[in-house]
Design a protein around this ligand. Structure first.
Ligand code: MTE
Ligand code: MO
Length: 369
């Protein structure tokens, strides 16, 4: 067995991997709760880049975890099949948790990576499966850590100069060092390769950032107007934006919207798939638009799209965001009227929200009762 396949290597790489996985778990929970808020959940509207940051961290940590997991598996590989496979109950628990841990982590990292590329070569629904599996793998990680704590402790306490009981072994130390350096380098390369979809200066060297490319008006597009089947409706002279506040309704023409006081805001679009880009928006404050129709008394507001079907043709905006001064029904992007693919005639744009909730091609806005 290679001397680099030691507890010293496995523990150190394991700690880095544990940190990456914890970042993924926490930021993943946040992203899930923002999109499907439980009653107790509250998410701020400031700072505007908060969701961009948490989701960027989620994707970068996930990609960094891939080489770490590979090195970790390599370091412990011979022991995965050590006899006895089953043994006493504690041993059985340990083996079982490792099987679950390895399987679920591979699943999470692969499905997550494919999701950043919008590549779905499977039949299940990504979001719910990735969410459920996160609890499985984080739970297995906790059990694994608890079981391995003594091994980790002694591996870290011992200076990395010898294997217990044997004389210092120069080749072994050098081997272990080079594995650790290689693991670190691979993790950095992987992180940089994906980070470009959130960090502009890294964009040109980010080979793994498939969605950072340009779209119209300098912003990527996930779903075009044609794909959404709204091109005609969105350009129709009969277009109206219906606003419903309590028992009052008003149907605004595009010209009426343009004539209302316009506000500008710098708000990044941050897709759940990890890409994000800063953008300059201009439009009508949502709170002003509601006030023009009736009295908003709090609660969620629903934003509906012209898009006839699909998961993303509506979203619920919580009160914190409804009243925020940067939350807009945007008409303009980066100094031009919204491109059809970015949501013309108008779209929702609210600070620190996942892109998927920034509904394009708005048809109606309704205060929920
Ligand atoms: N009606 C509608 N709005 C939508 C979508 C959609 O499919 N339909 N996609 C959402 C997603 S997933 C993202 S990331 C953003 C992207 O906005 P952009 O295409 O203007 O960049 O729009 C959001 N708004
Ligand atoms: Mo998205």
């Amino acid at each position: 067995m290679s001397p680099a396949r030691s507890a010293a290597v496995a523990s150190r790489v394991g700690i880095a991997l544990g940190i990456a996985v914890t970042i993924c778990f926490v930021t993943g929970l946040i992203s899930h709760w923002v999109q499907h808020p439980p009653a107790w959940f509250w998410w701020p509207a400031n700072p505007v880049w908060l969701y961009r940051f948490t989701q960027g961290a989620h994707v970068v940590a996930g990609v960094v975890a891939i080489p770490l997991l590979l090195v970790k598996l390599w370091a412990v590989f011979p022991r995965l099949f050590a006899r006895p496979l089953i043994g006493n109950p504690l041993h059985l628990l340990e083996r079982g948790s490792i099987a679950v841990l390895v399987g679920s982590m591979i699943f999470q990292l692969i499905t997550g990576l494919f999701n950043t590329a919008q590549f779905y070569p499977w039949k299940f629904f990504f979001t719910t499966t990735h969410y459920a599996m996160a609890f499985v793998s984080f739970g297995a990680l906790a059990v694994h850590l608890a079981v391995k704590l003594p091994v980790v402790r002694s591996a870290l306490a011992r200076p990395d100069t010898s294997t217990a009981g044997s004389p210092p072994d120069e080749a072994g130390i050098a081997g272990r060092r080079s594995v650790l350096v290689a693991a670190g380098a691979a993790a950095v390369v992987a992180g940089v390769a994906i980070a470009g979809q959130t960090v502009p200066i890294l964009r040109r060297i980010s080979v793994l950032a498939p969605r950072s490319g340009d779209g119209p008006q300098g912003l990527p597009v996930n779903r075009t107007a044609n794909e959404a089947g709204v091109s005609e409706l969105a350009r129709s002279a009969g277009y109206r934006l219906q606003i419903i506040v309590g028992d009052r309704t008003h149907r605004f023409t595009y010209a009426e919207l343009v004539a209302l006081p316009q506000t500008e805001a710098e708000i990044p679009l941050a897709c759940v798939e990890g890409w994000s880009a800063s953008a300059h928006w201009s439009g009508i404050r949502v709170r002003d638009l509601l006030a023009a129709v009736g009295e908003y008394r709090g609660g969620d507001v629903e934003f509906r799209s012209l898009e006839p079907s699909g998961l993303y043709n509506r979203s619920l905006l919580p009160e914190t965001h409804v009243v925020d001064s940067a939350t807009l029904v945007a008409l303009r992007l980066n100094g031009e009227d919204l491109d059809l693919d970015h949501g013309y005639p108008c779209r929702l744009i609210a600070p620190t929200r996942p892109g998927v909730l920034q509904t394009k091609w708005l048809s109606a806005i309704e205060v929920q009762v």
